[in-house]
Design a protein around this ligand. Structure first.
Ligand code: ADP
Length: 163
Protein backbone atom coordinates (compact mmCIF):
# COMPACT_ATOMS: atom_id res chain seq x y z
CA UNK A 1 0.00 0.00 0.00
CA UNK A 2 1.38 3.43 -0.94
CA UNK A 3 0.72 6.58 1.09
CA UNK A 4 1.58 10.20 0.44
CA UNK A 5 2.32 12.79 3.11
CA UNK A 6 3.76 16.28 3.21
CA UNK A 7 5.90 16.30 6.32
CA UNK A 8 9.35 16.05 7.87
CA UNK A 9 10.64 12.49 7.48
CA UNK A 10 12.54 12.77 10.75
CA UNK A 11 9.18 12.51 12.56
CA UNK A 12 8.17 9.27 10.84
CA UNK A 13 6.93 6.67 13.29
CA UNK A 14 7.48 3.27 11.73
CA UNK A 15 10.09 0.67 10.90
CA UNK A 16 12.46 2.53 8.59
CA UNK A 17 13.15 5.87 7.00
CA UNK A 18 15.30 6.25 3.91
CA UNK A 19 18.09 8.80 3.94
CA UNK A 20 19.16 10.56 0.74
CA UNK A 21 22.82 10.36 1.72
CA UNK A 22 26.07 11.15 -0.06
CA UNK A 23 28.74 8.54 -0.85
CA UNK A 24 30.64 9.11 2.38
CA UNK A 25 27.53 8.27 4.48
CA UNK A 26 28.94 10.71 7.02
CA UNK A 27 26.20 13.31 6.85
CA UNK A 28 25.56 16.39 4.76
CA UNK A 29 22.88 18.98 4.15
CA UNK A 30 19.18 18.69 3.39
CA UNK A 31 17.35 15.61 4.59
CA UNK A 32 20.66 13.89 5.43
CA UNK A 33 21.62 16.64 7.87
CA UNK A 34 18.17 16.65 9.44
CA UNK A 35 18.26 12.87 9.97
CA UNK A 36 21.75 12.92 11.51
CA UNK A 37 20.85 15.82 13.82
CA UNK A 38 17.75 14.04 15.07
CA UNK A 39 19.35 10.58 15.37
CA UNK A 40 22.41 11.76 17.31
CA UNK A 41 26.07 10.70 17.33
CA UNK A 42 25.27 6.98 17.49
CA UNK A 43 24.15 7.10 13.87
CA UNK A 44 27.33 8.88 12.80
CA UNK A 45 29.49 6.34 14.66
CA UNK A 46 27.73 3.41 12.95
CA UNK A 47 27.94 5.09 9.54
CA UNK A 48 31.72 5.42 9.98
CA UNK A 49 31.97 1.61 10.02
CA UNK A 50 30.15 1.13 6.69
CA UNK A 51 32.89 2.21 4.27
CA UNK A 52 30.65 4.54 2.27
CA UNK A 53 28.15 3.63 -0.41
CA UNK A 54 28.08 3.94 -4.18
CA UNK A 55 25.26 5.71 -6.06
CA UNK A 56 22.29 3.39 -6.58
CA UNK A 57 23.16 1.23 -3.59
CA UNK A 58 21.78 1.24 -0.03
CA UNK A 59 22.96 0.30 3.48
CA UNK A 60 21.02 -0.02 6.71
CA UNK A 61 21.77 1.23 10.23
CA UNK A 62 19.89 1.60 13.47
CA UNK A 63 17.60 4.57 14.01
CA UNK A 64 19.10 5.67 17.35
CA UNK A 65 17.13 8.66 18.70
CA UNK A 66 14.70 8.67 15.78
CA UNK A 67 11.17 7.31 16.08
CA UNK A 68 11.99 4.92 13.22
CA UNK A 69 13.82 1.71 14.14
CA UNK A 70 16.14 1.77 11.14
CA UNK A 71 17.65 4.17 8.63
CA UNK A 72 18.25 2.87 5.12
CA UNK A 73 20.88 5.10 3.54
CA UNK A 74 20.84 5.35 -0.21
CA UNK A 75 22.99 7.49 -2.50
CA UNK A 76 21.11 9.05 -5.38
CA UNK A 77 22.64 10.18 -8.66
CA UNK A 78 23.78 13.74 -9.19
CA UNK A 79 21.83 15.03 -12.22
CA UNK A 80 24.24 15.69 -15.07
CA UNK A 81 21.77 16.20 -17.90
CA UNK A 82 20.32 12.70 -18.09
CA UNK A 83 22.90 10.99 -20.27
CA UNK A 84 24.78 9.41 -17.43
CA UNK A 85 22.40 6.63 -16.32
CA UNK A 86 20.83 8.95 -13.76
CA UNK A 87 17.36 7.41 -14.24
CA UNK A 88 18.65 3.84 -13.80
CA UNK A 89 20.68 4.80 -10.75
CA UNK A 90 17.69 6.49 -9.12
CA UNK A 91 15.47 3.47 -9.82
CA UNK A 92 18.16 1.28 -8.28
CA UNK A 93 18.06 3.39 -5.08
CA UNK A 94 14.36 2.74 -4.57
CA UNK A 95 14.75 -0.93 -5.53
CA UNK A 96 17.66 -1.56 -3.15
CA UNK A 97 15.86 0.13 -0.25
CA UNK A 98 12.73 -1.93 -0.87
CA UNK A 99 14.84 -5.09 -1.12
CA UNK A 100 16.44 -4.40 2.26
CA UNK A 101 13.05 -3.66 3.83
CA UNK A 102 11.57 -6.88 2.43
CA UNK A 103 14.57 -9.00 3.47
CA UNK A 104 14.41 -7.59 6.99
CA UNK A 105 10.70 -8.27 7.20
CA UNK A 106 9.82 -4.62 7.84
CA UNK A 107 6.20 -3.51 7.79
CA UNK A 108 6.66 0.16 6.92
CA UNK A 109 9.17 2.39 5.16
CA UNK A 110 9.25 6.13 4.39
CA UNK A 111 11.06 7.63 1.39
CA UNK A 112 12.14 11.24 0.87
CA UNK A 113 12.35 12.52 -2.71
CA UNK A 114 15.87 11.21 -3.34
CA UNK A 115 18.15 13.37 -5.54
CA UNK A 116 15.58 16.15 -6.06
CA UNK A 117 17.31 18.65 -3.76
CA UNK A 118 20.98 19.59 -4.05
CA UNK A 119 21.56 16.72 -6.52
CA UNK A 120 19.29 18.49 -9.03
CA UNK A 121 17.30 15.57 -10.48
CA UNK A 122 14.17 16.90 -12.29
CA UNK A 123 11.28 16.40 -9.89
CA UNK A 124 8.64 15.12 -12.38
CA UNK A 125 10.94 12.40 -13.72
CA UNK A 126 12.12 11.47 -10.22
CA UNK A 127 8.51 11.10 -9.05
CA UNK A 128 7.70 8.85 -12.02
CA UNK A 129 10.68 6.62 -11.29
CA UNK A 130 10.02 6.47 -7.54
CA UNK A 131 6.37 5.50 -7.91
CA UNK A 132 6.94 2.98 -10.71
CA UNK A 133 9.83 1.28 -8.93
CA UNK A 134 8.06 1.07 -5.58
CA UNK A 135 4.90 -0.29 -7.23
CA UNK A 136 6.93 -2.99 -8.92
CA UNK A 137 8.69 -3.97 -5.68
CA UNK A 138 5.42 -3.99 -3.78
CA UNK A 139 4.31 -6.93 -5.92
CA UNK A 140 6.78 -8.96 -3.84
CA UNK A 141 5.21 -7.86 -0.54
CA UNK A 142 1.84 -6.14 -1.07
CA UNK A 143 1.16 -5.72 2.65
CA UNK A 144 4.15 -3.40 3.16
CA UNK A 145 3.18 0.21 3.98
CA UNK A 146 5.25 2.60 1.87
CA UNK A 147 5.16 6.35 2.55
CA UNK A 148 6.37 8.99 0.13
CA UNK A 149 7.22 11.87 2.43
CA UNK A 150 7.37 15.11 0.48
CA UNK A 151 8.90 18.16 2.07
CA UNK A 152 8.43 20.76 -0.63
CA UNK A 153 5.11 21.74 -2.16
CA UNK A 154 6.20 21.00 -5.74
CA UNK A 155 7.04 17.35 -5.03
CA UNK A 156 3.86 16.91 -3.02
CA UNK A 157 1.75 18.24 -5.89
CA UNK A 158 3.56 16.04 -8.44
CA UNK A 159 3.10 12.88 -6.39
CA UNK A 160 -0.53 13.72 -5.76
CA UNK A 161 -1.16 14.04 -9.49
CA UNK A 162 0.64 10.79 -10.28
CA UNK A 163 -0.82 8.60 -7.57
P1 ADP B 1 19.80 15.12 -2.58
O1 ADP B 1 21.23 15.47 -2.34
O2 ADP B 1 19.57 13.62 -2.76
O3 ADP B 1 19.17 15.93 -3.66
P2 ADP B 1 18.47 16.74 -0.52
O4 ADP B 1 18.43 16.47 0.95
O5 ADP B 1 19.16 17.98 -0.98
O6 ADP B 1 19.09 15.41 -1.16
O7 ADP B 1 17.00 16.77 -1.08
C1 ADP B 1 16.21 15.61 -1.30
C2 ADP B 1 14.78 15.91 -0.97
O8 ADP B 1 14.62 15.90 0.45
C3 ADP B 1 14.28 17.29 -1.43
O9 ADP B 1 13.08 17.10 -2.17
C4 ADP B 1 14.00 18.04 -0.14
O10 ADP B 1 12.85 18.86 -0.28
C5 ADP B 1 13.73 16.91 0.82
N1 ADP B 1 13.94 17.18 2.25
C6 ADP B 1 14.76 18.05 2.86
N2 ADP B 1 14.64 17.98 4.21
C7 ADP B 1 13.69 17.03 4.46
C8 ADP B 1 13.09 16.48 5.63
N3 ADP B 1 13.44 16.87 6.85
N4 ADP B 1 12.14 15.50 5.47
C9 ADP B 1 11.78 15.07 4.25
N5 ADP B 1 12.30 15.54 3.12
C10 ADP B 1 13.25 16.51 3.21
Amino acid sequence: MIHLTKSDIVCFLGDAIVNAANSSLLGGGGVDGAIHRAAGMGLYEECKTLGGCIPGDAKVTGGYKLNAKYVIHTVGPVWQGGGNNEAEVLASCYKQCMEIAIEMGLGSIAFPNVSTGVYGFPKPLAADIAIATVKQMLLLKPEMEVYFVCFDEENYRLYKELM
